[in-house]
Design a protein around this ligand. Structure first.
Ligand code: AMP
Ligand code: MG
Length: 358
């Protein structure tokens, strides 16, 4: 299959490219498109055959459900059995935006889209291109991240091209995304909302809107074989670069400057790696980038205090290390609060929970 790439700017009101993309979606084909979080791989969420093509293109396990994207709050009621009060308040506060909510599904939504579950994940993205595309398609658009299953999520159209060229009909290039980590996921089907995946709508923000919010244990620790995480995606190795990633964390980290202990440990791990003739990559911050051995591939995610920048650059740096072919990656760690919770969740998963505490 030939994959067509079209470029569209958010300011451009001309919709001819988007009309073609919407027509592909209506015919049951696959189109990758930008959202404010990461690039999504879209198909008609109400068409069983179309959404099953997403699993095939990504190599995604069939029990890992998709998120249905809508363009207007009015598009939600047909997809769900009910809208609980907490869901209503959260959507009023954060839609359009990087928040996905889990509802009990209506009979309209096929089980292929929901990975066999009776619930459906829905989000209204805050991106002009995504919004216009969904509106033109006239259907909810199922869209997981547009990467091959297990690889870091794409934050630029060329990342999508690396993974999806020849596997999908079209890629819409809308430039780099804004946020860079996937949406927050909250299950609102129970009495107390449960955070299933941290993102840019932080748990602190959720609590300020609805009070109590529980945090699913699968967010912070490895998922044991007998554990059934509420977001099935959490049990798969995810966001993973090809090299082995080790996260180095200070036991007494205060959330501010990175300690000398962390820098020294990364220096010695990288030196050992390179002494064995292997290539080392280091993920650090502007404050420490000059502290590491020059022979290593050193990438700063930005200033430590600017979590938005760190989140924005994270997946791109993991992909860059893949193309450079480094063998081992060593990363500084970050605070686990606010957006830092999402950053640390993606990093610990990318590391397969290999965390060296010093
Ligand atoms: P992705 O968009 O690729 O980041 O994947 C979508 C994420 O949403 C996965 O982690 C899924 O497990 C999660 N998800 C989608 N639908 C549901 C659902 N009905 N219940 C729980 N988690 C879901
Ligand atoms: Mg994904």
């Amino acid at each position: 299959m030939e994959t067509k790439v079209i470029s569209i700017s958010r300011e451009d009101a001309e919709d001819s490219g988007l009309k073609e993309a919407a027509e592909i979606l209506r015919r049951g084909g696959l189109v990758a498109f930008p959202t404010e979080t990461v690039y999504g791989l879209g198909a008609n969420a109400l068409d069983e055959q179309a959404s099953s093509k997403i699993y095939a293109a990504k190599g995604r396990p069939s029990d890992n459900p998709l998120i249905a994207h809508i363009a207007d709050i009015a598009d939600l009621p047909p997809l769900v059995a009910e809208i609980p009060e907490a869901g209503r308040r959260l959507m009023e506060a954060y839609w359009p935006g990087p928040l996905t909510m889990i509802f009990r599904k209506s009979s309209l939504v096929p089980r292929t889209t929901t990975g066999g579950l009776d619930t459906v994940a829905v989000r209204m993205p805050d991106d002009a291109i995504a919004g216009r595309l969904i509106r033109l398609a006239g259907v909810p658009v199922a869209a997981p991240s547009a990467n091959m299953s297990g690889r870091p999520s794409p934050t630029r159209a060329d990342h999508v091209y690396q993974d999806m060229n020849g596997r999908i009909e079209m890629i819409i290039d809308g430039g780099p995304v804004g946020i860079g980590v996937e949406s927050t996921i909250v299950d609102v089907t129970g009495n107390v909302p449960v955070l299933l995946r941290p993102g840019a709508v932080t748990v602190e923000m959720l609590r300020s809107t609805v009070g109590e919010v529980e945090i699913d244990p699968a967010i912070s620790g490895p998922v044991k074989p007998d554990m059934k995480p509420k977001a099935p995606g959490m049990k798969y190795r995810h966001y993973a670069p090809r090299a082995e990633l080790t996260l180095v964390e200070d036991r007494e980290y205060t959330g501010k400057a990175v300690s000398r202990r962390v820098v020294d440990t990364i220096c010695s791990l990288a030196a050992d790696c390179m002494a064995g003739g292997r290539r080392a990559g280091i993920i650090c911050t502007d404050e420490t980038k000059d502290c590491y051995p020059r022979e290593a591939e050193i990438r700063s995610l930005g200033r430590r205090s600017q979590e938005e920048t760190i989140a924005h650059n994270l997946f791109g740096v993991l992909r860059e290390f893949d193309s450079l072919g480094v063998d081992e990656i060593y990363s500084e760690s970050f605070s686990g609060e606010n957006l830092g919770r999402a950053i640390m969740n993606r990093l610990t998963k990318a590391a397969g929970y290999r965390i060296k505490k010093v």
